[in-house]
Structure formats: structure tokens, C-alpha cells
Ligand binder design. Sequence first.
Ligand code: ASP
Length: 325
Amino acid sequence: MKSIILVLATLLIFILTQIINLPSRETKSSSSEQYTIVIHAGAGTISKDLPDSVKEDYFTSLETALRLGRDLLEQGTASIDVVEKVVNYLEDDPRFNAGKGAVYTSAGTHELDASIMDGKNLAAGAVSAVKLIKNPVSLARLVMENTPHILLTAEGAEAFGKKMNVKFEDAEYFNTEKRYLQWQKELEKSKQGTVGCVALDKHGNLAAATSTGGLTNKLPGRVGDTPIIGAGNYANNNTCAVSGTGKGEQFIRHMAAFNISALMEYKNYSLEQAANEVVHELFNPGDGGVIAVDKNGSSAMVFNTPGMFRGVANSEGLFEVKIWE
Ligand code: ASP
């Protein structure tokens, strides 16, 4: 009898520990009327010498994306919906390296990576090496919400997309002249680009989403940091939400996005200090940059490239977009 009670008690303790450790546990949220959004569209910039009209187009596109997200947050929309919608907009814009406008692999094809994460419960979804999905970040969200997995890749991810009825495009849709010429010339300085959005909503929840075509001329099958949770994308209500752009291998090696969160959680760094530590101390010059927002609404946009397409807005009326330093 005694041993049965002991076995039952051990079982109960085991079950309770499992429940406490569930990955979908709710993390703290500090609800207020405050919100902040930060976007990026890659650390591969354009030349300052381009005609004003071309530069204006880039600014206008960034402003449109930022306004879209800002207005949704103002209406009280959840950050997880906001980051998806904003990244969808940037994926559809051929100027940026994600969705339409994705760079070419060495085989002349397109392979897209994306991920999304909800800081409220650490739920995450990602897809890698998909070829025909119009908005990879939305497929990543479906992985998060409709499978027990986090990352689906290539044909498996596309088969899942078919089942979920997401929008497919033929390979031709992803062909753009700018990226084709870039691939042909293999312009070293234009190799980078990605789009991302992080947000703190009025309910105190953080979220991050990132989408990319990867690096120009990458080997088919190469997976970068963007769909690796903790490398190019991370969100945790206890700390911050981060989206990265730059040399994916460096982000993976240093678990860059998670590292920023960990420095805040375990070493009490501010968001700015943590982002600076990773970008300026761990990375090599020219590796890339991050955008981030913390649970109090502070934002950071830190990079070690000549520029980064970026923008920030908040409930205090801040609204700015920038490209270079
Ligand atoms: N981080 C992306 C990758 O390595 C590319 C980029 O952001 O430029 O796939």
C-alpha cells in the first residue's frame, strides 16, 4: 500500500512539473495604453547617390509599412497580428529581399525563409526553403497555430501550405530584374536584405516576425538565421522582441536574437546595451543589424553595416524612417 502511494505521489509530481514546464506557458504581460513598433527591410542599403525619386520610393514604402502597423496597434490589434501584416506588406514590395523581390540562389532559383514568434506564450512557427509561397511569414504562422512543430522545410512546408490553402505563385512571380542583375554581377555589398517587424501592443504583449530570400548566390538548400528561432527572430514578454538582418551564419553562431533576450534576463542589461553587445562585440563589422523592442516599449535599431532600412513609431507620437547612419 505504502509503495502504491509513493508511486502515485511521484506520478503526480511528475505531471505537475510537466504542466509547469509546458512551452506554451503564459509569460507576464504589463497591459497599458502604450505601444511601440519597429520595422526593418534589410541591412543591405542603397547608394546615397541614387536619384532622389528612387530614394523617395524607398522612404515612402517604409513609411507605409510603419503607418500600417502603427494604426493597427493604435486600434488595439494584437502584436502577433500586426507583425504578420506588416511583414506581408514588405514581402509584397519588390524593393525588398523577401517574398517578391527575393534574391537568387546559385542555381538561379528562389528559396524563402520566414518565422514568427509570440512573446506571450513562446509559441513560434517557421518555414525554410519554400519556393512558391507568396507570403512565407503567414505560412510560418499557420505552422505555429496548426501543427505541434516549429519549423517545416521545403516540399513538406509547401504540402502543408496546400492543405492550409495559402496563396501560391508560380516561379516567374519571384523573378525581378534588380535581383537578377545583382545575382549576375554578384555584387558583394548588395548581398544582404530581409524584412522584419517587432511590436509591443496595448495589452503588453511582444511579437516578432522576419522573412527573407536569404543571401544572393547562396547554395540551394542553405538555411539562414531567419527561420531559426533565437537566431534571427525571438520574442519573450519577460524581455524583448528581436528581428535580425545580415549574415545569417553569424546570427546562428551567436544565437543573436535569443542572446539579446538572455543578456536582459540574466544580466539585467537594458535593451540598448544588450543589442549593442551582440552587434558590436560579438559580430564582425559589416555582419548586419537588429531591431528590437522591450516590454516597456523602448526600442533599439543597431547595425554595423553602412545602413539599414528601418523605422520606429510609438504611442507617444514618435514616427521616423531612416536608411543610413
Ligand atoms: N539574414 C538573412 C540570411 O542570412 C539575410 C539578410 O538578412 O540579409 O538568410
